[in-house]
Design a protein around this ligand. Structure first.
Ligand code: NDP
Ligand code: 8X3
Length: 258
């Protein structure tokens, strides 16, 4: 046990779950959050058992600011001191040009990927400032560095995460708080199943013909950043599958699936 607490959003699957597992493996006490109540509770029980760490499951939607502020301000005493926040909850919905885009998909992506990061950060930062220590790791994307056709709103939301991470780093430097942006390329999680709204064959096609990242590849990078000495911060990290050179130059063709 290293006597540190990490809060991870979107820990019910994929990269968030892998972060929870990798941080538990190095002894973090965890607060894991997501919307799917049964799943997050089961994962909490399982992680606590396998890694002998305390795990608190919390159910809230990062888009709903009252839920976010209420959950974080009512944390049990033993979990109030959050040393590490991993802002991971996020999603892409659809793959479409703007004229054909679904406006409710746009709202959900912007509300989750941008406002969700803002609400959770606003709720957690005051405690870090008070203690003059903390670390925020935002999960961005290669889509926050580059734009690809039909990824318009998702890419814009992840560019916003890039910008917010820079702003946080500048605003929080005087409080001794680290801010790291971790940007994965294509990773095989539930991401494409969500993007293609449950269409398993479209989701599967995304990862055919090349070796994508695994969620654990990203969580190992998160643990690396989290465990550096207090005076060292990784500002910005891009992790790509070897088969993906840029957002759109790769051994796979995302647009075939759209
Ligand atoms: P998954 O779909 O596997 O996981 C997404 C997680 O976010 C789930 O736990 C989901 O939980 C949670 N989530 C989604 N919406 C909300 C919400 N409104 N409130 C609370 N939790 C929410 O995808 P990934 O693990 O791949 O995605 C994690 C992050 O990584 C995202 O920010 C994504 O943009 C980013 N990313 C993913 C890449 C990839 O190729 N997979 C590459 C680059 C970045 P629940 O449904 O239970 O709420
Ligand atoms: C997810 C990676 O390239 O599919 O952020 O947008 S990509």
């Amino acid at each position: 046990m290293i006597n540190k607490t990490a809060l991870i959003t979107g820990a019910s699957s994929g990269i968030g779950y892998a972060c929870a597992e990798s941080l538990a493996a190095v002894g973090y006490q965890l607060i894991i959050t997501a919307r799917r109540k049964e799943r997050i509770k089961e994962l909490a029980t399982d992680l606590a058992k396998r890694y002998s760490v305390n795990v608190l499951p919390l159910v809230f939607d990062v888009r709903k600011k009252e839920e976010v502020f209420s959950a974080i301000s009512n944390l049990p005493d033993a979990y109030k001191q959050i040393d590490l926040l991993v802002n991971n909850a996020g999603l892409a919905l659809g793959l479409s040009d703007i004229q054909g885009g679904d406006t409710s998909d746009w709202d959900q992506m912007i509300d989750t990927n941008v406002k969700g990061v803002l609400y959770v950060s606003k709720a957690v930062i005051p405690g870090m400032i008070q203690r003059k220590q903390g670390h925020i790791i935002n999960i961005g994307s290669i889509a926050g560095k580059e734009t690809y056709p039909k990824g318009n709103v998702y890419c814009a939301s992840k560019h916003a995460v890039t910008s917010l991470s820079k702003a946080m780093r500048m605003e929080l430097v005087e409080h001794n708080i680290k801010v790291t942006l971790v940007n994965p390329g294509a990773a095989d999680t539930e991401f494409s199943l969500v993007r293609f709204k449950g269409d398993e064959s479209a989701a599967k096609k995304v990862y055919e013909g090349f070796e994508p990242l695994k969620a654990e590849d990203i969580s190992q990078c998160v643990v690396f950043c989290a465990q550096l000495p207090l005076h060292v911060n990784v500002d910005d990290m891009v992790i790509m599958p070897t088969a993906q050179a840029t957002a759109s130059v790769s051994l796979f063709n995302r647009t075939q699936t759209g």
